[in-house]
Design a protein around this ligand. Structure first.
Ligand code: UDP
Ligand code: GLC
Length: 387
């Protein structure tokens, strides 16, 4: 099957990393079209997935944009829509992986007659998106998509609450290559030594630096933990959150934590780093649509604490395969860190349970089969491939 995947981002956020795994099985006959150039393009090329950057001018619509800004961007969108439509004629199906890709893909689907699949990686709630943005996404999906793949029950529910059609929506979790999450003890020791953290209790945070990802909560919680607890923050500002990055550095200095917090920037060796941590903390203050980092920590066998909201609650069962804390509650997070510090054997058991169950639930081959099944059932039966 020939699939024309569309994604607005040139940067590798979670939705983009997920797309790499979805596009891989189709790479001999499919293509990914991007609305911006960047390291995501390079990652696709490294995975032998054909990719084309479809435009070089940035689309000015943001999550909080209103109708006027949306209309103002039409001038930029028209040449892109024309290009996507022309390309779509050579494919059996358009697969939109982000919201701007949905809008462009919906119009291209209409003109090319090719069916549209929308992979919904977001929670379409007022907490995350303006009402204009939510309306445009829901109208485009309802009117043009044959299938909406939601990355969690939480994302599906928010879509339906925003007016999305339940009958076209299916939940498929992100898939992961389990064997990529195994790291040798020697490698872990070397990494801890390299970071000068051999004798420390390392709490790792793996996420782009953005206010709603809540790195500031973890930094504050560290003030309530003994001195041998240290934090590594892995990730960078991907979508213009430079002010937040500056505020995090300031917070660290103000709290006198310069020796206990390391900013490692964006890294490509996440499984190794996670395996070297004693605990992975997910601290999103708004509902997380899915939360790849939570599953990745589980697959690495590292205990994980996550905030109890959105998709994270479908991944973590408190006390069974991880810990849950209330979003934004510094005290609760500090209690979990201190408990983990005091009870290494209990948390090792918990992490072991998590590793076993996550390997079964999120295996990439099984997840890709689910996607292929839904495409066959919900899309291709009514739109058989032309080639
Ligand atoms: N990630 C990465 N390098 C970093 C920080 C994060 O490759 O320095 C990856 C991380 O392993 C995960 C993804 O970025 O796969 C983030 O996805 P998640 O679903 O947790 O959050 P998102 O950023 O998509 O909201
Ligand atoms: C989005 C969401 C994140 C999810 C990822 C993959 O980036 O913010 O929660 O894990 O997509 O579906």
């Amino acid at each position: 099957m020939k699939i024309f995947f569309l994604d607005q981002s040139g940067k590798p956020g979670g939705a983009e990393l997920c797309l790499i795994d979805i596009a891989k099985p189709y790479r001999s006959s499919s293509k990914v079209g991007l609305f911006a150039d960047g390291t995501f393009r390079i990652l696709l090329e490294q995975n032998d997935i054909p990719v084309e950057v479809l435009t070089t001018s940035a689309i000015q619509v943001r999550k909080e944009s209103g109708l006027l800004q949306g209309l103002g961007s039409l001038g930029q969108l028209i040449p892109l829509i024309v290009k996507v439509t022309k390309t779509a004629f050579h494919y059996d199906l358009i697969y939109a992986n982000t919201q701007k890709a949905l809008v462009v893909g919906a119009i291209a689907s209409f003109f090319s007659g090719r069916p549209l699949v929308y992979h919904l990686h977001d929670i379409l709630s007022p907490e995350h998106f303006s009402s204009t943005n939510r309306r445009i996404a829901v109208i485009s999906a309802n009117r043009f998509a044959s299938l909406v793949i939601a990355n969690s029950q939480a994302s599906k529910l928010a879509f339906i609450e925003a007016g999305g059609r339940a009958e076209i929506t299916e939940v498929v979790y992100n898939g992961f290559d389990v064997k990529n999450h195994q790291t040798s003890e020697l490698d872990i020791q070397g990494l801890r030594q390299g970071l000068k953290l051999e004798d420390k209790f390392i709490v790792g945070h793996f996420s782009r630096l953005a206010p709603w990802k809540g790195q500031h909560i973890l930094i504050e919680a560290l003030t309530k933990c003994p001195k041998n607890v240290e934090v590594i923050l892995v990730g960078d500002a991907l979508f213009g959150e430079e002010d937040y990055v500056e505020s995090l550095h300031k917070q660290v200095v103000e709290l006198g934590l310069e020796d206990r917090v390391k900013f490692l920037g964006f890294r490509s060796d996440i499984p190794r780093l996670m395996s070297a941590c004693d605990l992975v903390a997910h601290t999103s203050t708004a509902a997380e649509p899915f939360g790849r980092v939570i599953v990745e920590a589980m697959l690495c066998g590292t205990p994980v604490v996550a905030t109890a909201s959105g998709g994270a609650m479908e991944l973590v069962e408190a006390g069974v395969n991880g810990f849950l804390v209330t979003p934004g509650k510094v005290e609760e997070l500090a209690i979990v860190i201190n408990t983990c510090l005091k009870e290494p054997e209990n948390i090792a058991n918990l992490a072991n349970n998590a590793q076993i169950s996550a390997s079964q639930r999120f295996d990439v081959t099984a997840i890709n089969q689910q996607i292929s099944l839904y495409i066959n059932e919900k899309v291709l039966k009514s739109h058989p491939p032309t080639s």
